[in-house]
Write a protein that binds this ligand. Structure first.
Ligand SMILES: Nc1ncnc2c1ncn2[C@@H]1O[C@H](COP(=O)(O)OP(=O)(O)OP(=O)(O)O)[C@@H](O)[C@H]1O
Ligand SMILES: [Mg+2]
Length: 218
C-alpha cells in the first residue's frame, strides 16, 4: 500500500533528518515507529503524508507517487494527528473536529452526528462547545486525533498520540485505535510508550539518527 524507497531528507539548514529509508507498509498493518527524540519520526510521517518533501527517494501510495495526488484527495485518504496538535485555538472543539467535513460541504446533521459520536468515544463530548484554548494538553491531543479520524481515512498517522495522557486515558485511546485497525484502517504510530503484552502483534521500526536500525514484529 505504501512503498518507501531510498528516502532521504536534508533540511535547508543542513540537518540530515532521514537517510536510506526503505519500508513497505501493507494495507491493514499497525506500524509502530520508535526512536529517541530527534531520530526522524515526525519527519518520516510528514513525508508519508505529503506535507514535507523528501530530498531524494520516493514514497508510493497504491502504486502512485504521493506528490501526484491532489492534496484534498491525499488528506481524505490519510488522517494525521499532530504531535503539536495544529488546532485552531480560538474555535470550538466542534468546529475544529468537523473542519474537514465542512470543507466537503456535508450537511449540519451529519456533521453533528459524526462529530459527537467520535467525541463520545474519546470521552470529550462534554467539551464539544468549549474553545480549544480552554482545553488541557491531553484534551487537545485527543481533539487532534478526532479531527484525523473524522473523514474515515484509509491510513491514520498518529504522531506520539499518548504523550500528554495518563495511563487510563491512553488505554481508552489505544483501544479505540485498535478497533479502527481491526475494521481495516492502516495505522502508523510514533511513540515512546511501552507496548502492552496483551495488545495485537504489530510491526515495529526503530529509527536512530535518521536510519532504520530495527525492523521487527512484536
Ligand atoms: N523544520 C526543520 N528544519 C530543520 N531541522 C529540522 C526541522 N524539523 C526537524 N528538524 C531536525 O530533524 C531531526 C529529526 O526531527 P524529527 O522532528 O523528525 O524527530 P522526532 O523523532 O519526531 O523527535 P521527537 O521524538 O522529539 O518528536 C532533528 O535533528 C530535528 O532537529
Ligand atoms: Mg516528533
Amino acid at each position: 500500500m505504501i512503498e518507501i524507497k531510498n528516502l532521504e531528507k536534508v533540511y535547508p539548514n543542513g540537518t540530515i533528518a532521514l537517510s536510506r529509508i526503505n519500508l513497505t507498509i501493507e494495507k491493514g498493518e499497525f506500524l509502530y515507529i520508535v526512536g529517541e527524540s530527534g531520530a526522524g519520526k515526525t519527519t518520516l510521517l510528514k513525508i508519508i503524508h505529503g506535507e514535507e518533501k523528501p530530498t531524494s527517494g520516493s514514497v508510493m501510495y497504491d502504486g502512485k507517487a504521493v506528490d501526484e495526488f491532489p492534496s484534498h484527495v491525499l488528506k481524505q485518504k490519510i488522517g494525521f494527528a499532530y504531535q503539536d496538535f495544529m488546532l485552531i485555538e480560538d474555535r470550538s472543539v466542534m468546529e475544529n473536529v468537523s473542519l474537514p467535513l465542512q470543507y466537503q460541504g456535508e450537511n449540519f446533521k451529519s456533521i453533528y452526528n459524526k462529530t459527537s459520536s467520535i467525541l463520545e468515544a474519546i470521552k470529550l463530548k462534554d467539551k464539544m462547545y468549549k474553545l480549544v484554548k480552554e482545553l488541557s494538553g491531553g484534551e487537545k491531543q485527543r481533539i487532534s486525533l478526532a479531527r484525523a479520524i473524522i473523514m474515515n481515512p484509509e491510513v491514520l498517522i498518529l504522531d506520539e498520540p499518548l504523550g500528554n495522557l495518563d495511563r487510563d486515558t491512553a488505554s481508552v485511546i489505544m483501544q479505540y485505535v485498535e478497533a479502527l485497525n481491526e475494521k481495516g484502517t492502516t495505522i502508523l504510530m510514533s511513540t515512546h510508550h511501552m507496548l502492552n503484552e496483551d495488545t495485537i502483534p504489530r510491526k515495529i521500526i526503530k529509527l536512530k539518527k535518521g536510519r532504520i536500525v530495527t525492523k521487527d514484529y512484536v
